[in-house]
Ligand binder design. Structure first.
Ligand SMILES: [Zn+2]
Ligand SMILES: [Zn+2]
Length: 493
């Protein structure tokens, strides 16, 4: 059975102050501090006691019997003021210590203390140093799922594809150890190399995700075009590993991904089913046919409504089949857009069919009572229509205010936020890696941040932000005006 070396098996936080209520303890044992040794005082953050001992001659570089320094204890317990104090007294920032021969920065990273990581790096701590198990800080942050620290380390220049001593990248660690969307999503946003293999097993991140049964990360990796056919050193693909584990979900998803790539040469129909573009076309096209069929059947020269009902039922069954076989339910927006365009299309087709002669021969026609007046009905209708379609097209295709940022800007933002202690998800989008301005929102349908987000409009298949709000309002206004117009025209008839 494959297993990577187990970074984190030996926990340096043995003496970590687990949620110990220090305020209560301070009150109750206020006199006891005078007997505490410096290690305990550091773990619990009793600054005065530590200073007392250092001023009495304790060397801050002196490791304890487990070869751990005071800076390690301060780092793992997030005692920022003590770290500052010990450094000012000559503590060595990258001192190796503990069972894993790791630095205080390694300890802070494992524990997920972003502010401590920031502080130690300000003092020059080197995140690329490796511990006794061959892991650098970015690997530890990825395997323990500390996404904000992964973000900070990459933003500070750590290579997103950095390999540890066993040739494991942060992505492999995240795939093997962290069962949430982050930090994998973050690494993908930073254009990580998805298909690298580790040094000993030649497992890719997808292999590791399958080994760990990590379904969340498998989905993310497949969406990111991970190679489903990659082989490890034993010649096994991720699908082989999934079969060994008899995991139905994983087997199905990997098989689908293989077929989508055309590896398993499925039948023609199956290939069509896999083709995203084809499915979108079916979703957009179906309403055109259905709207036409509804009118066509109603218009048929058959008196029996029973026969017509049977025909409508046939249409319904056909739509059900198409929906099951071809509609892509991950593309929420294609269907409303198709319905919108189809109704418009057939309305105009009908209008031209009935009134074409009116328009062409209006000027030569003397019998006005038989025709709708050109100037007061058709001209306003046409003008309204043109403006409507102009606004519709603009709303559909225009940029609603997508917040874009270059990779450099993203990194700058992460560093700024981390160093001011405000790298939290209320003001930072973990998908787009940008600072979210007031009133902006991440649109789940479009998967991007929109400045001054109003709503996602399925009828135009786009977000409506303030920059496109005017267009959208115009479109609705003209649409309503034309509807009124249509109604008054019906009145005329
Ligand atoms: Zn976003
Ligand atoms: Zn949207």
């Amino acid at each position: 059975l494959q297993s990577p070396h187990q970074c984190g098996e030996i926990k340096p936080q043995t003496h970590y102050n687990h949620g110990f209520s220090e305020n209560v303890s301070r009150k109750n044992h206020v006199d006891d501090y005078s007997t505490w040794d410096i290690v305990k005082a550091t773990q619990y953050g009793i600054f005065e006691r530590c200073r007392e001992l250092v001023e009495a001659g304790f060397d801050v570089r002196q490791p304890d019997k487990e070869n751990v320094t005071l800076l390690h204890w301060a780092a793992i317990n997030n005692r920022i003021d003590l770290v500052k104090y010990y450094i000012s007294k000559g503590a060595i920032v990258d001192q190796l210590g503990g069972d894993l021969n790791s630095t205080p920065l390694h300890w802070a990273t494992r524990q997920g203390h972003l502010s401590m990581v920031v502080q130690l790096m300000k003092y020059g701590a080197d995140p690329s140093l490796i511990d006794g198990e061959g892991c650098s800080c970015v690997h530890l942050a990825a395997q323990f799922g500390h996404t904000s620290i992964v973000a900070y380390l990459i933003a500070k220049g750590q290579d997103v594809d950095m390999m540890d001593q066993n040739g494991m990248t942060p992505l492999m660690w995240a795939a093997y150890r962290t069962h949430s969307v982050d930090p994998t999503r973050l690494l993908l946003t930073f254009n990580v190399s998805v298909n690298l293999g580790d040094k000993y097993h030649k497992n890719t991140a997808l292999h590791w995700a399958v080994l760990a049964g990590n379904t969340t990360v498998i989905s993310l990796l497949l969406d990111a075009n991970a190679n489903v056919d990659a082989q490890n050193i034993k010649g096994e693909t991720p699908l082989d590993l999934a079969k060994q584990r008899k995991n139905v979900w994983m087997i199905n998803h990997l098989q689908e991904a293989r077929q989508a790539k055309g590896y398993d040469s499925p039948s023609y129909l199956k290939r069509l089913k896999m083709d995203k573009e084809f499915r979108q076309k079916v979703m957009l096209g179906t309403p055109f046919v259905v709207v036409w069929l509804v009118g066509f059947i109603a218009d048929l020269d058959i008196d029996s409504w029973l026969i017509k009902s049977v025909m409508y039922a046939g249409v319904w069954v056909a739509v059900q089949f198409l929906s099951k076989a071809f509609f892509d339910h991950s593309m929420h927006s294609a269907l409303p857009l198709g319905i919108y365009l189809a109704t418009k299309f057939w309305m105009y087709a009908t209008w031209f069919y009935w009134f074409w002669n009116d328009i062409l021969f209006n000027n030569f026609c003397l019998d006005f009572s038989a025709h709708l007046p050109f100037a007061t009905v058709h001209v306003p209708f046409l003008i309204n229509s043109l403006v409507l379609f102009y606004n519709f097209g603009k709303s559909w295709k225009s940029d609603p205010g997508i917040i874009k940022a270059s990779e450099e800007q993203k990194k700058k933002t992460i560093v700024e936020l981390a160093e001011t202690g405000s790298l939290d998800l209320s003001i930072f989008c973990s998908t787009c890696l940008i600072r979210k301005p007031v009133r902006s929102k991440h649109c789940a349908v479009c998967n991007r941040c929109i400045a001054k987000f109003d709503h996602h409009c399925p009828w135009v298949g786009n977000c409506v932000g303030t920059s496109s709000k005017l267009l959208h309002t115009q479109q609705i206004t003209f649409y309503r005006r034309r509807e009124r117009h249509d109604r008054s025209r019906e009145g005329l008839q």
